[in-house]
Ligand binder design. Structure first.
Ligand code: DCT
Ligand code: MG
Length: 510
């Protein structure tokens, strides 16, 4: 039976009201002692609420009639996160940081399963645990009334899964941010990036301007666009950008590996608008990176799939372990955050037992092996400039100092998914962009955090310096007050040093 339909069909028999006695239902066995539910009547109605309460109680849930401090889960229907928060504010109740605000779908699924199901982003209207004040004292955060708890301006205090409820807005903001980046207007570019980032973390879709109240990083410029999209379904500014010749050209030129803003600017000024004209122009000089970019263009613009990334992972592990059998090879970047496609595949390599010299030799040996096997299509090896005692960099955009290589590898179709997709004729391989980073074993947590990205990491660094007087980068964490380096064996320990709740990699898609 579909529990949703069951719940909607309403009570079959009305129970006669017992005169004189308070309106309590007969005692039910409470199976789930840790949960105290409260079902919101607003927009649900008395009858349906009473029915759902009775049903939930019969399934072993404790459902209270009244709102109190013991409530752990508030369940609502047809209410947005901001609706429920507003209602709670009117009730003037203090909530613990453990209070969950859930959509009715969670209760219905739980009743169907006969036990509380895991709460995911689609159930959570606004989770108190995902919204933090910047208060450095965790105890203080817990006792703050609900109304004070707000969505943090820092991405590292928000959980951002790939489940984006606000695509229409974030896609628009990303076009605008990119256009400002092409025009080297960093401030405006960042404004729209931050707006996109915060909307990606919302557990609900914005349907009216009221829903934007209390959300940080949404200035007037941003709100105008939101309003236009709500009203007209699209933004005239975004439309104009998408049709803009400069935007289109920059988008095309930067899609070539090795082409950045400077080169795009030059080609645009020279009057170029297509890649074929650029490729065939005899007067232009290309870097080795750009030459490879043009040579493997089709393969590189078609994104890397997860199956291809996994196949590259096997290739990397085989090669690395041939030289350092105890090495750890971890796929980082977008794929570690759960993305299904990427523009490249990133790997972090580290080895507990190796000497500095072993470490230094590994990437050159791996590259050499692939070259001999005919798998190396392009290679740029960057030597390490890492110094153990150097303070972390204050610049949130600064590149790290580890030894790394930017590669294009030949991935044979037969290595992907056991060769299932290798029926294509002609070319039997695909060119794939691969980045390898080698880091000292004791720095692996910092390197992993940095290389898992995305912009989340930039924000973590911003948070560390603005809120904690600490400096974080891909190598280390330094406490300026205590004047010491804080060691970490895992990403969890870095979050703990910063006084932050741990955010899983797949919640870092900010
Ligand atoms: N990174 C870093 N230092 C660098 C380069 C990258 O710390 N010098 C981090 C930031 C993100 C992560 O490494 C991976 O970078 P990308 O591959 O560019 O991003 P991605 O999130 O993996 O996205 P995509 O799916 O497009 O590859
Ligand atoms: Mg990547």
């Amino acid at each position: 039976m579909d529990p949703l339909q069951m719940a909607h069909s309403g009570p079959r028999k009305k129970r006669p009201r017992q005169m004189g006695a308070p309106m309590v239902s007969p005692p039910h066995n409470i199976k789930f002692q840790d949960l105290v539910l409260y079902i919101l009547e607003k927009k649900m109605g008395t009858t349906r609420r009473a029915f759902l309460m009775e049903l939930a109680r019969r399934k072993g849930f404790r459902v209270d009639n009244e709102l109190s401090d013991s409530i752990t889960h508030i369940v609502a229907e047809n209410n947005s996160g901001s609706d429920v928060l507003e209602w709670l504010q009117v009730q003037n109740i203090k909530a613990s940081s453990q209070l969950e605000l859930l959509d009715i779908s969670w209760l219905i699924e739980s009743m169907g399963a006969g036990k509380p199901v895991e709460m995911t982003g689609k159930h959570q209207l606004v989770s108190m645990r995902r919204d933090y004040t910047a208060s450095p004292n965790p105890e203080l955060q817990k006792t703050l009334p609900v109304a004070v708890k707000k969505i943090s301006q820092y991405a590292c205090q928000r959980r951002t899964t790939l489940n984006n409820y606000n695509n229409v807005f974030t896609d628009a903001f990303e076009v605008l941010a990119e256009n400002y980046e092409f025009r080297e207007n960093e401030v405006f570019s960042l404004t729209f990036m931050r707006a996109a980032s915060v909307l990606k973390s919302l557990p609900f879709t914005i349907i009216s301007m009221k829903d934007t109240e209390g959300i940080p990083c949404l200035g007037d410029q941003v709100k105008c666009i939101i309003e236009e999209i709500i009203e007209d379904g699209e933004s005239s500014e975004v439309k104009a950008v998408l049709n803009d010749e400069r935007y289109q050209s920059f988008k095309l030129f930067t899609s070539v590996f090795g082409v950045g803003l400077k080169t795009s600017e030059k080609w645009f000024r020279m009057g170029f608008r297509t890649l074929s004209k650029i490729k065939s122009d005899k007067s232009l000089k290309f870097t080795p990176m750009q030459k490879a970019g043009f040579l493997y263009y089709e393969d590189l613009v078609s994104c890397v799939t997860r199956a291809e990334a996994e196949a590259v992972g096997v290739l990397v592990k085989e090669a690395v372990r041939a030289f350092l059998p105890d090495a750890f090879v971890t796929m980082t970047g977008g794929f570690r955050r759960g993305k299904k496609i990427g523009h490249d595949v990133d790997f972090l390599i580290t080895s507990p037992g190796s000497t500095d010299e072993d470490e230094e030799q590994l990437l050159p040996k791996v590259i050499n092996l692939w070259e001999r096997k005919g798998l190396l299509l392009y290679c740029d090896l960057v030597e390490s400039t890492f110094e153990k005692l150097k303070l972390p960099s204050r610049k949130v955009d600064a590149l790290d100092h580890f030894q790394k290589c930017f590669l294009i590898l030949k991935l044979h179709h037969q290595r992907v998914d056991g060769g299932k997709c290798s029926q294509q004729e002609g070319k039997t391989w695909k060119a794939i962009r691969v980045d390898l980073v080698m880091c000292p074993y004791e720095r692996r947590a910092f390197a992993l955090l940095g290389w898992t990205g995305s912009r989340f990491e930039r924000d973590l660094r911003r948070y560390a310096s603005h809120e904690r007087k600490m400096i974080l980068d891909n190598h280390a964490l330094y406490d300026k007050t205590k004047k010491i380096f804080l060691k970490a064996e895992s990403e969890e320990e870095i979050f703990a040093h910063l006084g932050l709740d741990y955010i899983e990699p797949w919640e870092r898609n900010a």
